[in-house]
Design a protein around this ligand. Sequence first.
Ligand SMILES: Nc1ncnc2c1ncn2[C@@H]1O[C@H](COP(=O)(O)OP(=O)(O)OP(=O)(O)O)[C@@H](O)[C@H]1O
Length: 260
Amino acid sequence: MSDTSSRTATVTGRHAADATPVASARALTKVYGSGDAAVHALAGVDVDFTRGEFTAIMGPSGSGKSTLMHCMAALDTPTSGTVVVDGVDVSTLKDAALTRLRRDRIGFVFQSFNLVPTLSAAENITLPLDIAGRKADVGWYDTVVDILGLGPRLGHRPNQLSGGQQQRVAAARALIGRPAIVFADEPTGNLDSRSSAEVLGFLRRSVDEFGQSIVMVTHEPSAAAYADRVVFCADGRLVDEMRRPTAERVLDRMKTLGDL
Ligand SMILES: Nc1ncnc2c1ncn2[C@@H]1O[C@H](COP(=O)(O)OP(=O)(O)OP(=O)(O)O)[C@@H](O)[C@H]1O
């Protein structure tokens, strides 16, 4: 559950959000299959994600949330429309440039953690930088590890860590390269409420204290309440948005969309 009192305290010290969107989509469509079997997963989405903000994407099951996130994160190719991430028009990029964009400017957190089982927590955290041939900024590495309380676990492999600890490692890995944007797909879907609060609290703090931009798909109103803004999907379109959400208001809005 969101701790609104501590959040209000940190918001005061937050980085000013930059007016230029960190990622945007225009007239975005995604059709799976064809003919009678065609599914219009995205039916024309226009959206801007503000730099330095935490945005949650909510909506009923099948409304297009994951498809939207995957198209925005260059993990999937739209049928039509444009996606711009950190000033780069993703549709113009060939495979190698797309790989670089994902590696250098985007951080990912997935529901299933997606850690490399043979690597230690420390090695998992720095993996994106190691692949890119970059060195971790030692001060930043220490800060992230410290905030996430991972110090005593750095030598452990994923199967020696709890789900919450694994997701904290995944969150550290997403942020270690200071990406322009972090996309999180149901990051608390496999976590208990305490571990969820730790991961969401870290994401919130990274926005407030370090100006990180985050977009998160979630089913949970209590998770969406950590965001600055919630956008609501239904039938492949964005149908509404809410600023300064609370779990109660998000839940009420979701009921009118036919979910929960
Ligand atoms: N690879 C695919 N092939 C065919 N249809 C797909 C594919 N991926 C998604 N869809 C369909 O596209 C629509 C949107 O799916 P999407 O996963 O984006 O929704 P979602 O809002 O993320 O759902 P959930 O909350 O259940 O994860 C659904 O009707 C889904 O069945």
